[in-house]
Every structure is written in structure tokens, then in C-alpha cells.
Design a protein around this ligand. Structure first.
Ligand code: ADP
Ligand code: MG
Length: 571
């Protein structure tokens, strides 16, 4: 039989798995179980949209079978199964975006192999984690819609084999050939019923399909009717099926009963991130529409976030049953970084995508969630500025885009979330904080655009404004100018570029003085215009300057920086 090699990066991850430290090995079970649960979700989802599938959800389950004599642990599911091609591509390559990103960071040297052991413990690394406890893995699978089953087998090190085989039912059996104990590492526990049920409770309790095991037990035999006084109770062994998990999804549990660690664990496992999220929003709404939602704000942007590939959306469940994997209508674009689930029994199970978009409930939920997300972000901003800055670094550009998008339709909602660099504070500030610090005689919110804060601090035309004690927002991102233009004003105070001739209000006296100076300088100004010709529009006397002799400004409503930006995009 032909032996195939793993892709190079898969082999690397595999090596990490095999050599990972003991304490993390136990997570293999949650990884295998979560894959089984995904496979059953896929089948159940197919059944919703396709009558031919005829799957009864109540029959979907995961079965654990430890065999101490053969030293195998089998995890079976009756989910969607895998075809030969799927076995090859899914198990022969790294599927998870998280693992991929992790691998890239390893390559770039941002993470060292020393970090990896920790990461493996915290964050799911998928199917390969099986090799932490098994020296051989056999996967037998029959895909939904196919009569042929396939057996995939690998010992991790030398690639894998694949061959046709028999399997009565659709689904997947994963057989882990558990390693022998060594002096340092013990693997026997993964064949013990008690330990396995403990691991299921610990990591997979919320999985919404039953995880069953035939438990070996003993009990007292019933006392025979005719037993005499000298009867001694007798014991007998028996086997009974037990469901090991409580099947209550995390978001269905009361907030007060869920530990921070459980929220984080769920997030990392589900969304393939190895960093904890910045915030969790757990909502249990009653009233017009009843729903539960569990939303996460990630601490960094996914690697494809600012590309077309990234798809926003929340998972939509109806009473614990997944009905849509990425429901885009639940999230506005400006909050597209949010991950999470919404569960509402107000949706029928077989609602079509098209119908769903038009339901009133969906709109109500989306509007409520938008408010919740905003208030969570404001809370972070007030109570934990460091965290908020992490958020801003990751998703600030998205918020700015949101202010400008749709002709400013969302600016009122988003303006409180903006941060700009303050000349006075020497750090990022909100517009509300700026407003609070404004001097009584100050008419405008001042801003200056440039490449960096250091350069802006020296801007000659800003000197007079700074002298007055007025604060200036230093805008260094290209998008900032658009944001300020879209906002126009904040609570009645307009934005004003320090470039503007009338940046500082003028008295009649000053106006007359300026006219006089212009008269006197006519010769110099004409000389400048003649010499520079088309390079400039005009040379004029300005009141903006104090110790600086000259400055460049843009003509009209856009600043010099914005003009540069337009020239860049549209030369
Ligand atoms: P992930 O679950 O993040 O996609 P894994 O490494 O855990 O990554 O699994 C890789 C892929 O293998 C899955 O995406 C899925 O397509 C497939 N797979 C694994 N286990 C099963 C299973 N029990 N039934 C069907 N497909 C499976
Ligand atoms: Mg997985």
C-alpha cells in the first residue's frame, strides 16, 4: 500500500504535538470530540435544507469506547463523515486558520518553541493533538451520500496510508492506539472510564450532542425473597450506557455561573485563537424577542481581517441547534470583528437564508447587539484604557471606516469610540475628553494633519494656537482627515484645521492690521508668486504664524495632507 507524506508544515506541527509536555496531553479528547460535534452539526444542517437526508437529530451522538486490552480508545460519531479526498485533504494538511497563523508566527520568530507547549494547552490545535497520546491513529469514515468507506492510518512520523474498507453506517470512528507508559509519562489513564468521563466534564460539557460511554459498574444484588437472617449482600457487575456531558451550551447558562476561564476556553477553541479575547458580552434578553447571545471582542485582528477574504457574522442557533454558521445580518460592518453566537427559539429550524434576512426578530436582535457592543467598548474605554488601546490598535481603522461609510450614517454611534493623539496630553484622547478640557473662549476643536506627531508638534502655523493654551489633535493616519470631515462637529463645536486662516478669531483691529501688512508686502508676495509660478496658487500674508516665517497650506476645504492622499490614490 502506498504511503503518503504530510505537508511540511503539518509535519512540523505534528512533531510539536508528539513532543509536547505531559500536562497538556489531555486536551486531545476535547479536540476529537469537537470535530465529531462539528461533523454532526454539518449533517443536521444538511437535513434542515434537504428533505432527502432524513436525519433525526435525536439519534446523533458521540460514543467513547476504551479497550484496555487492545489499548485503544475509539471515538465514534454518526456525523457527515469524510470521503477519500476529504480524509486526505483534511487530515493531511493544517485546516485551522489558527494553527496556520501560529505556524507563521513560529516561522517569523515571534513565538519560540518554548512558548508552544503553553499554547498547545490553551488553544486547540485540532486533530493532530491525537498524536500526543497515540502512537497510531486509525480513522474509518463513510461520508454521507456514499456507499464506500475508507480507512486512513498514520503513526505520525512516516506519513499516512489510505485504503477502502467496510463500514455499515455513515459517520467516523477514530481509533487511538494509546502509547505505552514510560517512566515520565503515563498514558493508561486515557483508557480508564472514570478519567475519560472526568475529561468530558472538564472540556466538553456544553457539547450539545450526548457523549455516551458504556460504563462498567457494580451493584448489590436484590435480596432474594427467601433470604434468611444470615444473608450476606452479594455484588454483581453490569454495564450501562451513560451520557457524560450535561449538554447545556455555555451561553444558555446564567452569567453568574460561568467562569472567565470557561468563556476564554470556549473562544479559543471555537475561533482558533490562542490569545484570550479582550471582552465577553453575555446577553440574556427577554421581551419582544427572546434570545441569548455570547459575543467576543478579540484582542488582535485575524490575519485576514483587512482583506476581502474575511467574512463577518455570528453563529445563529435556534434552541441549541445551529441554523446558520455566519449570519452576516447580525453584525454591522463597523463591528465586523466581533465573534460569537446568538441563540433564539423565535426562529424556526428550517428557515431559509432569504427569509431570515427579512425577519423582524433578526433586525431587533442586530440593533440590540450593536448597542451592547458599543456600550461594552465604552466601558473598556473608561475602566481599562490599556485594554481599550489594544482594541484601538487592532480595530481602530475599522471604526474610522465606519464613521465615513454610508455618508456618515453611523457617525453618531461611533464618534465616542474614536481616539486621537492630543497635543496637550501627549497621548491618545477621546473627543469627549477633548471637549471637557476646552477653554471657555475656545470656539473650535483644532486639528493638524501630518506624518508623525514629532513633525506636527513643530508646525509653525500651530504655534499661536498652542500659545493660547488650546489643545490640538494630531492626525497621523491617512483616514483621520476623512473622519474629521465626516464628523464636521462634536456637540456644537466644529473642527478646524490649524492651517485655516481664520483658525483663530480676529478682532477688527487685527483684520485692519493684516490688510495693512498685505499692502506693505505686496512686492515680496508678487516676487514669490512670479518665482514659484504654477507651484503655488498664491502667496499671502498670514496671521497664523508667530515665530515661523512661512508655512504651506492647502487651498479650499481640504488640507494639504488630504490633498497628498488624493494625489496618491488618483495620480
Ligand atoms: P478544525 O476542526 O479546526 O477544522 P482539525 O484539525 O480539528 O481542524 O480537523 C481538520 C478537519 O478534519 C476538520 O475541519 C474536518 O473537516 C475534518 N474532520 C475531523 N474529524 C472529523 C469527523 N469526526 N468527522 C468529519 N470530519 C472530520
Ligand atoms: Mg477541530
Amino acid at each position: 500500500m502506498e504511503k503518503k507524506q504530510f505537508q511540511a508544515e503539518s509535519q512540523r506541527l505534528l512533531d510539536l504535538m508528539i513532543n509536547s509536555i505531559y500536562t497538556h496531553k489531555e486536551i486531545f479528547l476535547r479536540e476529537i470530540i469537537s470535530n465529531a460535534s462539528d461533523a454532526m452539526d454539518k449533517l443536521a444542517y444538511k437535513a434542515l435544507t434537504d428533505d432527502k437526508v432524513g436525519v433525526d437529530r435525536s439519534q446523533l451522538k458521540i460514543v467513547l469506547t476504551p479497550d484496555q486490552i487492545a489499548r485503544t480508545l475509539t471515538i465514534s460519531d454518526n456525523g457527515i463523515g469524510m470521503t477519500k479526498e476529504e480524509l486526505e485533504s483534511n487530515l493531511g494538511t493544517i485546516a485551522r486558520s489558527g494553527s496556520l497563523q501560529f505556524k507563521e508566527e513560529l516561522a517569523k520568530g515571534e513565538k519560540t518553541e518554548g512558548d508552544t507547549t503553553d499554547i498547545i494547552g490553551q488553544f486547540g490545535v485540532g486533530f493532530y493533538s491525537a498524536f500526543m497520546v497515540a502512537d497510531k491513529v486509525t480513522v474509518t469514515s463513510r461520508a454521507y451520500g456514499s456507499d464506500q468507506a475508507w480507512r486512513w492510518e498514520s503513526d505520525g512520523a512516516d506519513g499516512y496510508t489510505i485504503e477502502p474498507c467496510e463500514k455499515e453506517t455513515v459517520g467516523t470512528d477514530i481509533v487511538l492506539h494509546i502509547k505505552a507508559n514510560t517512566e515520565d509519562d503515563h498514558y493508561d489513564e486515557y483508557l480508564e472510564q472514570y478519567r475519560l468521563s472526568e475529561l468530558v466534564k472538564k472540556y466538553s460539557d456544553y457539547i450539545h450532542y450526548p457523549i455516551e460511554m458504556l460504563m462498567h459498574k457494580s451493584r448489590q444484588k436484590p435480596r432474594p425473597e427467601d433470604a434468611g437472617d444470615d444473608y450476606k449482600p452479594e455484588w454483581e457487575d453490569y454495564d450501562a450506557w451513560e451520557t457524560l456531558n450535561s449538554m447545556v451550551p455555555l451561553w444558555q447558562r446564567p452569567k453568574s455561573e460561568v467562569k472567565a476561564e470557561e468563556y476564554n476556553q470556549f473562544y479559543k477553541e471555537k475561533y482558533g485563537d490562542w490569545e484570550d479575547p479582550l471582552s465577553v458580552i453575555h446577553v440574556s434578553a427577554e421581551g419582544m424577542v427572546e434570545y441569548k447571545a455570547m459575543l467576543y471582542i478579540p484582542s488582535h485582528a485575524p490575519f485576514d481581517f483587512y482583506t476581502r477574504e474575511y467574512q463577518k457574522g455570528l453563529q445563529l442557533y435556534s434552541s441549541g441547534v445551529l441554523i446558520m454558521d455566519k449570519c452576516a445580518d447580525l453584525l454591522p460592518d463597523h463591528f465586523r470583528f466581533v465573534k460569537g453566537v446568538v441563540d433564539s427559539q423565535d426562529f424556526s429550524l428550517n428557515i431559509s437564508r432569504e427569509m431570515l434576512q427579512h425577519t423582524r426578530q433578526l433586525k431587533i436582535i442586530a440593533t440590540n447587539l450593536e448597542k451592547k457592543i458599543k456600550s461594552e467598548l465604552l466601558k473598556l474605554q473608561k475602566e481599562d484604557r490599556e485594554k481599550y488601546k489594544t482594541f484601538w490598535k487592532a480595530f481602530g481603522p475599522q471604526i474610522k471606516m465606519g464613521v465615513v461609510a454610508d455618508y456618515g450614517a453611523h457617525k453618531e454611534l461611533l464618534k465616542d469610540l474614536l481616539l486621537f493623539f492630543s497635543s496637550k496630553e501627549g497621548k491618545l484622547t477621546t473627543l469627549a475628553e477633548y471637549r471637557e478640557r476646552m477653554a471657555e473662549d475656545q470656539q473650535y476643536i483644532y486639528y493638524a494633519c501630518g506624518e508623525d506627531v514629532g513633525q506636527l508638534a513643530k508646525l509653525p502655523q500651530a504655534e499661536r494656537i498652542r500659545d493660547k493654551g488650546y489643545e490640538i489633535l494630531y492626525l497621523t493616519a491617512e483616514a483621520d482627515q476623512f473622519v474629521v470631515n465626516a464628523l464636521g462637529e462634536v456637540d456644537g463645536k466644529a473642527f478646524k484645521s490649524v492651517d485655516d486662516d481664520d483658525a483663530l478669531p480676529r478682532t477688527d483691529e487685527e483684520k485692519a492690521d493684516l490688510e495693512k501688512k498685505a499692502e506693505e508686502s505686496k512686492e515680496v508676495l508678487d516676487f514669490l508668486k512670479e518665482t514659484l509660478g504654477e507651484e503655488i496658487k498664491e502667496a499671502r500674508v498670514s496671521q497664523l504664524l508667530k515665530s515661523g516665517a512661512v508655512c504651506l497650506t492647502a487651498d479650499g476645504p481640504i488640507t494639504l495632507e488630504m490633498e497628498k492622499y488624493f494625489q496618491k490614490v488618483d495620480p
